[in-house]
Design a protein around this ligand. Sequence first.
Ligand code: MG
Length: 368
Amino acid sequence: MKITRISVFQVDLPLEHPYWLSAGRLKFEVLDATLVKVETDAGITGWGEGTPWGHTYVPAHGPGIRAGIQTMAPFVLGLDPRCVLEVERAMDLALPGHLYTKSPIDMACWDIAGQAAGLPIADLMGGGSRTPRPIASSVGAKTVEETREVMERYRQRGYVAHSVKIGGDVARDIARVRDVESIRRDGEIVLYDVNRGWTRQQALRVMRACEDLNVMFEQPCETLDDIAAISGKHAAPVSVDETLVTLQDAARIARDGLAEIFGIKLNRVGGLTKAARMRDIALAHGIDMFVMATGGSVLADTEALHLAATIPDANCHAVWACQDMLTIDIAGGRGPRNIDGHLHLPEAPGLGVHPEEEALGDPVAVYS
Ligand code: MG
């Protein structure tokens, strides 16, 4: 089987509510999504998606994905998409680094491989758990009142896991953490996501002030060096997200004991093939995981769900469904959707959901 054509589509995905990170430092209103259709000489078509969280969240942006695909396409055409490692190496050779540009093609190849094998991607990767995965909400708010309001909105849709965005102001962050803990229900999973918003000193002040609560903080500081510098000076469990990009990052975090949780975002780390290795490093070191797309439609959510299904139930805390934050749906309601705050693995071969192509408009580029 050979890849014969790669079509690239661009879609704007507006967010239902403006979204804030780092206590208002970063605002997001629309996501720039790239959808990729990979066709083969066997008549099997695979779809991939790469949707960074705007342009300012991490070094990844929509136009960069499309430029990366333009560079890599000649190296990928003609390869067997079922040989995902060969496709991965071809992309790495054609364009070192720039991992986020590689995830859409990697995803489409897994989709094709799954369809060819007659298996959902998670089963093709070695076996997918059918235990529904809790969806973590994304509570982007600034004040105590707004935080309660957004959390309640998610609770009404069945959510039992929450990622509460903090960072930027020590006193306000302590107040928000304490308030959320005071209304936290039995069985609710809450992660306090700083999104790099604290200096080392700010991190230590909040983490120590909340020590009696035994709560988990994600990406408290900008770099792994920062996280290493405060490690051992506080008692809080830490999740690493934005600075978990390469396999070398994963190895360092595991070796040096910098985190208890990996926040694996598939677009950022370069797709399922690369993320599966991070999963294994995590499992080998007793590190649990949250798995997410970086953003995007139900396609990106479904890709994350497949990886999450290959993690033992006890080690996978939650997934994320960005689809719930968008005003448009490119798949006409198909694919895994929020059922009582959980996503269920699709049983169809491959990814298990494709977009409605008419909803994407004309391709912005076609390589053949
Ligand atoms: Mg995060």
